[in-house]
Design a protein around this ligand. Structure first.
Ligand code: MN
Length: 249
């Protein structure tokens, strides 16, 4: 199983969850929300074979944390993974949208200069703007649009631009979400939880709860749970392989 977008550092008690995820063989990308969280989160997951940390600067925090962009650029050499970064076009964040755009442009430029990164992107109510920036910086790496909720037209454009997608159980439970997943190339899909933000019945999803998305994938792809798992793991290998062709893994 794969949880390719999990805020493990924001769980109240992450260690037992990491232990259990390890026991279950879950591959986990621990995204962060500020560059200041980088060092502590690396320490938190150190020695765990299937866990990687991504360096992030969350769009919802850009107005308070934009000065940490220098720190972001400093740490970028230490990782192949970036996230959570992106844009959020929600009305309550409209004051910072211009600054968010500036920061994401600078992040993508830094990724490009560094030889490309695997990038987990937030694009709520801002998919077209995120795609504009990705299109302008094609050497930034491999973008993975997490919990994509844009329009069908935006999705078509994202696919054309080579984007990947990480999808969670909640996305597969809405009619619109399922319709989008159906359009996504299955060889560019990974699973995610976005926990602890993503909750069911008030409880944050655990990384291994990604399998709650399997029934929908099984139906869409007309295959078994085992085949869903196999497809997703093969996708993960390819994603890392793409990266390793360009340098280190
Ligand atoms: Mn997130």
């Amino acid at each position: 199983m794969i949880d390719f977008h999990c805020h493990i550092d924001l769980f109240k008690d992450p260690i037992p969850i990491l232990d259990e995820a390890e026991k279950k063989g879950v591959y986990l990308l621990a995204v962060t929300t500020t560059p200041k969280a980088w060092t502590g989160t690396r320490r938190l997951i150190s020695g765990r074979r299937r866990v990687r940390v991504a360096l992030g600067l969350h769009p919802e925090l850009v107005s308070q944390r934009h000065t940490e962009i220098a720190l972001f650029e400093h740490f970028l050499a230490e990782t192949d993974y970036v996230g959570e970064v992106g844009l959020d076009g929600s009305p309550h964040l409209s004051d910072s949208f211009e600054l968010q755009t500036k920061i994401l442009r600078r992040i993508l430029l830094a990724c490009s200069k560094a030889g490309g990164r695997i990038i987990s992107l937030h694009s709520r109510r801002a998919a077209s703007s995120v795609l504009d920036l990705l299109e302008a910086e094609p050497a930034a790496g491999t973008p993975i649009l997490h919990w994509f909720s844009g329009s069908v037209g935006e999705l078509e454009r994202a696919i054309q631009l080579g984007c990947w997608f990480s999808i969670g159980p909640l996305m597969t439970r809405s009619v619109k979400g399922r319709k989008l997943v159906e359009m996504m190339p299955r060889e560019r899909i990974l699973t995610e939880t976005d926990s602890p933000f993503a909750q069911m019945s008030g409880v944050p999803l655990a990384p291994w709860d990604v399998d709650l998305a399997y029934p929908a994938l099984r139906d869409l792809w007309n295959c078994s749970d085992e085949q869903v798992d196999k497809q997703l793991l093969s996708n993960l290998r390819n994603l890392r392989g793409v990266k390793s062709a360009a340098g280190d893994v």
